[in-house]
Design a protein around this ligand. Structure first.
Ligand SMILES: Cc1ncc(COP(=O)(O)O)c(C=O)c1O
Length: 392
């Protein structure tokens, strides 16, 4: 294989060299000053990323660990919660909530569509203790209208718990401004880090609940983590290398301002959507779409698993397929983390060729031009002009 391997999955994502070098630094001790100073710097910038004045806790676990910590810390067995289930990760909220012994009302959303805010308003009349939702549902590439949902929940007693695992660092999600009660993410997507670290923040009213709730769980004790973080430490042994990597990736994300990051993500989204449409393919999420992943339906009769195999083995591009009911039917093209326009063009080209080689039809001309035209149009009018070149 002479081609460079391009990782265009919705996590894990490629890592910038700066982050890889930070990850490779000598081990330091997690109870000593150097580490505590680094935690202080990280915390200051995590608050900017999350748009919160409150604490953002680093947790040593994958994103699902943070989802579990949220449900255990904010709710008691027997309480009722509303779960927005529009894909694989909505289902995960339901599973975690049921395992916690909560009474779950599920708002089922067809895969590829976003939740109807009016349905949430209606469901809130039953006074659930919480609403659990994804901002970006990675299994479908849909963006749920979290800002509108927050406008409803902040006027109610329900705590709004948002899985921002494929949203934070990719699409604006200012938690204090919007009134989100719990926002969490994982390291392996917008943050350009390896998997293994999760981040979680609570609103003041969510902290009130967490401080009196028995989480029923030894490992996830959010009030104790918060107290420890005030001293620049974590409750148990910290994920030292990942924190060092996070320190570097936050530098990269913030050095040109978050607006530049979101402008890039929007432009990459436009690039992918225009390119796929010009190939004659149908996008799974026509209206409410994520900014870090684009899902596309394959032509009927084409085996998605074979398309992905060809793309990887022959063209060096690793993309993701569909899950459950969408298995074999869609391709999910990641454009999150350390991915730029050239990677996305490679992804489009590999997908086009792989569909044809798997026996399907795909328009073979002009799609790259359409993709780049959409990218440049999306960046036009951006204050501060074109995207700066960030050298790794
Ligand atoms: C929206 C969403 N929620 C939850 C998860 C699960 O995260 P993890 O695999 O890090 O536990 C993912 C991972 O892909 C995700 O994209």
């Amino acid at each position: 294989m002479l081609n460079k391997l391009r990782l265009l999955t919705p996590g894990p994502t490629p890592l910038p060299e700066r982050v890889r070098l930070a990850l490779a630094r000598d081990m330091i001790h997690h109870r000593k000053k150097t580490f505590m100073d680094m935690m202080g710097q990280v915390q200051e910038r995590l608050r900017v990323l999350f748009g919160t004045q409150d604490t953002v806790l680093p947790l040593s676990c994958s994103g699902t660990g943070a989802m579990t910590a949220a449900v255990h810390s904010l709710f008691q067995p027997g309480q009722r919660v509303l779960v927005v289930d529009g894909g694989k990760f909505g289902q995960r909220w339901r599973q975690i909530a049921e395992e916690r012994g909560l009474q779950v009302t599920t708002l089922a959303v067809p895969w590829g569509q976003a939740v109807d805010v009016a349905a949430i308003a209606e469901a809130l009349k039953a006074e659930p203790a919480g609403v659990l939702i994804q901002y970006s549902e990675t299994s479908t590439g849909v963006l749920h209208p979290v800002q509108e949902v927050a406008a409803l929940t902040r006027e109610s007693q329900a705590l709004l718990v948002v899985d921002g695992i494929s949203a934070v660092g990719l699409v604006p999600c200012p938690m204090d401004d919007w009134g989100i009660d719990c926002l969490l993410t994982g390291s392996q997507k917008g943050l350009m880090l390896p998997p293994g670290l999760a981040l979680l923040a609570l609103s003041p009213r969510a902290w009130k609940v967490a401080e009196t709730n028995d989480s029923g769980c030894f490992y996830f004790n959010l009030p104790a983590e918060k107290a420890k973080l005030a001293k620049g430490q974590t409750l148990f042994t910290s994920a030292v290398n990942l924190i060092a990597g996070l320190n570097e990736s936050l530098d990269m994300l913030l050095e040109n301002g978050l607006d530049a990051v979101y402008a890039k993500q929007w432009a990459l989204t436009m690039l992918n959507r225009a390119g796929l449409t010009a190939m004659g393919l149908t996008l799974l999420a026509p209206q409410h779409f994520a900014w870090g992943i684009t899902s596309v339906l394959l032509p009927t009769g084409i085996d998605g698993t074979e398309v992905l195999r060809i793309a990887l083995d022959k063209h060096g591009v690793c993309m993701a397929g569909g899950q459950d009911q969408l298995k074999g039917k869609i391709v999910r093209l990641g454009h999150m983390g350390w991915v730029d326009w050239a990677d996305s063009l490679a992804g489009l080209h590999a997908l086009n060729k792989s569909i044809i080689e798997a026996g399907g039809y795909c328009a073979s001309r002009d799609y790259l031009e359409s993709a780049m035209a959409a990218y440049h149009a999306a960046l036009q009018g951006r204050p501060g002009q074109p995207l700066p070149n960030t050298h790794s």
